[in-house]
Design a protein around this ligand. Structure first.
Ligand SMILES: Cc1cc2nc3c(=O)[nH]c(=O)nc-3n(C[C@H](O)[C@H](O)[C@H](O)COP(=O)(O)OP(=O)(O)OC[C@H]3O[C@@H](n4cnc5c(N)ncnc54)[C@H](O)[C@@H]3O)c2cc1C
Length: 463
């Protein structure tokens, strides 16, 4: 029967589309429901991919305008063509989302276009048409969180989606929230000429990352011209004329202040998206934070209904969603899927980048775990010097008793790529010595990783 499937996935973000492809590879008959006009979800349409396209373009602009002369490359009259930059971003997105369509065709995954709702276990309705499925996967992702009393109009008061689509560089951009998304978009608009102020509730930016890394990162961004108002919360935002008047207050209490902005970006986090999919009606349980509750096999409390990605617990990251999609498809095929939540890297794609995997020093202290630290700065790395990119350092944390790597934290050039080696090392239960004794090409940024690993045993060579 054409309207009956082994698996129906609701949502074609990186969790959903990857789950659909893997399930199809494993021989199942699969459909994926997506209400957006294009596949790829938040990540490809309004998240990871467009933000990285703008980060790349704005970095090229800043390099051409300011950094190239240091290399003896003189470029006169560098000008911004924002319309072209935005058009290029749209082209990048379009190529990526079409790529997912191609993969669906290649793997014979049916795209059910429209809004999906679970009518009953084993039954999904897409804009009124009923389909049957042995397994239903909720992969509906997440949406930007808003603040009470702060009305997002995507023009003056914007979410990350508006922050990717501005057609004019704001004079003063105030970013509410010093997490990855706010700092990435803040960097884009600062590089293009905006004055940027970041208001953060906690006393430090990227509050979930290692404290020492977060402080160093803040200093680097401040040197680039970003202003920080830490330990402050937004209490009101009013659009007036051409701008926005903001009231901020110390998070711990104190006198309110007024800030004037041309545009305000609200990037205080994302909420699981469970609207209108019939969860209450079929009795799927949510947790205290509104996320779909699942067990270790991504099963909800209702037999035959599973969930993955941003809509369940864990870091809201595309690669976490993808890995869950693969593991779930393998469980459904009777195989042994697996996601190691202790080795999921997180990256902030600013310049320099920040990347981390495993535990922070604060987490180890709180858990009472005895550890050794090894650090190595990029100022002492030959390749970083040649690149003119010496900001930052590598920091490794290893068990004192066994030397097994527990955490890796990098602020520096290409940190997002360098972290892959350490993620692999941790996945294999490697010790710092294992990394230190691995031959690393010279001259490469990865030598800073090797030196940090040597430093865990107090024997770095180049410092
Ligand atoms: C600006 C920004 C930058 C980001 N950068 C990064 C990054 O660099 N790296 C990273 O790892 N993560 C990044 N993220 C986070 C990343 O986008 C998410 O973690 C990821 O998209 C989650 O994937 P998902 O499949 O769970 O859900 P989503 O990608 O949110 O996809 C869910 C899909 O479900 C669809 N849907 C929802 N309800 C229904 C329904 N009832 N019927 C049909 N379809 C439905 C939605 O339209 C959507 O397309 C970024 C996010 C943003 C906003």
């Amino acid at each position: 029967m054409s309207d009956s499937y082994d698996v129906i996935v609701i949502g074609a973000g990186p969790g959903g589309y990857v789950c659909a492809i893997r399930a199809a590879q494993l021989g199942m008959k699969v459909a994926c429901v997506e209400k957006r006009a294009t596949l790829g979800g938040t990540c490809l349409n309004i998240g990871c991919i467009p933000s990285k396209a703008l980060l790349q373009s704005s970095e090229e602009f800043e390099h051409a305008a300011h950094a190239l002369k240091d290399h003896g490359v003189l470029v006169e009259g560098v000008k911004l063509d924002l319309a072209r930059m935005q058009a290029r971003k749209d082209e990048v997105v379009s190529a990526n989302v079409k790529g997912v369509e191609f993969l669906f065709r290649k793997n014979k995954v049916t795209w059910l276009k429209g809004t999906g709702r679970i009518a009953a276990p084993g039954k999904v309705e897409v804009d009124g048409t009923a389909y049957e499925a042995r397994h239903i996967v909720i992969a509906t992702g997440s949406d930007s969180m808003t603040l009470p009393g702060v009305a997002v109009d995507e023009k003056r008061i914007i979410s990350s989606t508006g922050g990717l689509a501005l057609d004019k560089v704001p004079g003063h951009l105030v970013v509410i929230g010093g997490g990855a998304i706010g700092l990435e978009l803040g960097s884009v608009w600062r590089r293009l000429g905006a004055r940027v102020t970041v208001v953060e509730f906690f006393e430090r930016i990227v509050p979930t990352m290692d404290g020492e890394i977060s402080k160093a990162f803040e200093r680097i961004l401040a040197r680039q011209g970003m202003k920080f108002r830490l330990g402050m919360k937004l209490t009101g935002a009013r659009t007036d004329g051409d701008g926005v008047t903001l009231t901020i207050e110390p998070a711990k209490g104190g006198a309110a202040e007024v800030l004037q902005a041309d545009v305000v970006l609200v990037s205080i986090g994302r909420r699981p998206y469970t609207d209108g999919i019939g969860l209450a009606e079929v009795g799927v349980e949510l947790d205290e934070r509104g996320r779909v509750k699942t067990d270790a096999h991504f099963a909800t409390n209702v037999p035959g209904i599973h969930a993955i990605g941003d809509v369940i617990a864990g870091p809201m990251l595309a690669h976490k969603a993808e890995d869950e999609g693969v593991a779930l498809a393998e469980f459904l095929a009777g195989q042994a899927g697996h996601v190691n939540y202790g080795a999921i890297p997180g990256v902030v794609y600013t310049w320099p980048e920040v990347a981390a995997v495993g535990q922070t020093e604060e987490e180890l202290k709180d858990a009472g775990i005895a550890y050794n630290v090894g650090k190595f700065p990029f100022t002492a790395n030959g390749r970083a010097r040649a690149m003119g990119a010496t900001d930052g350092f590598v920091k490794l944390l290893a068990y004192q008793a066994t030397d097994r790597l527990l955490g890796a934290h990098i602020v520096g050039p290409d940190a997002g790529t360098l972290i892959a080696e350490l993620t692999t090392a941790m996945e294999f239960g490697a010790s710092a010595e294992d990394v230190a004794r691995t031959c690393h090409a010279h001259p490469s940024l990865s030598e800073a990783v090797k030196e940090a690993a040597l430093a865990v045993a107090g024997r770095a060579l180049h410092i």
